[in-house]
Write a protein that binds this ligand. Structure first.
Ligand code: ATP
Ligand code: MG
Length: 140
């Protein structure tokens, strides 16, 4: 195992319901350290670029609308095996399939409004971190 960094977003459904502290507590309890964090209102261009891998999917328009509908918190999480650990703490994309105790099981509204994003690979983590943070903003 190695110390990794992964990219995380607390999505609009989480900021709207004042769940940012409760979700951060889950990350920290799992050994993930928040080494960078900023609250932003994503522009349409930022959301379209961030989710461009899903551009051909039927839910893309709805996803971009949602991600720009209210502020989000963008974060860098650091820890042992951080990419997989974060995905584990988040739970399955569809909260109905998420394991008990996971963020999505406890907090997600539905498949679209599912409270958190987490990078799905170390390679994508580096790309996503670079979209939102300068190296000097990450204090490990
Ligand atoms: P994320 O990339 O946000 O961490 P994920 O990796 O679990 O989530 P993806 O397959 O990458 O899931 O989908 C990206 C996001 O698109 C999901 O988190 C969800 O908000 C939305 N989404 C995915 N599938 C659907 C769907 N069938 N209907 C509505 N929204 C969806
Ligand atoms: Mg994904």
């Amino acid at each position: 195992m190695a110390i990794e960094r992964t990219f995380s977003i607390l999505k609009p459904d989480a900021t709207r319901r004042n769940l940012t502290g409760a979700i951060n507590a889950k990350f920290e309890a799992a050994g993930l350290r928040i080494v960078a964090q900023r609250r932003i209102h994503m522009t349409r261009a930022q959301a379209e670029k961030f989710y461009e891998v899903h551009a051909a999917r039927p839910f893309y328009g709805e996803l971009v609308e949602f991600m720009t509908s209210a502020p989000v918190v963008v974060q860098v999480l650091e820890g042992e095996n951080a990419v997989a650990k974060n995905r584990e703490v988040m739970g399955a994309t569809n909260p109905e399939n998420a394991a008990p105790g996971t963020i999505r099981k406890e907090f997600a509204v539905n498949m679209g409004e599912n409270s958190v994003h987490g990078s799905d690979s170390l390679e994508n983590a580096a790309i996503e971190i670079a979209q939102f943070f300068k190296p000097e903003e990450i204090v490990g």
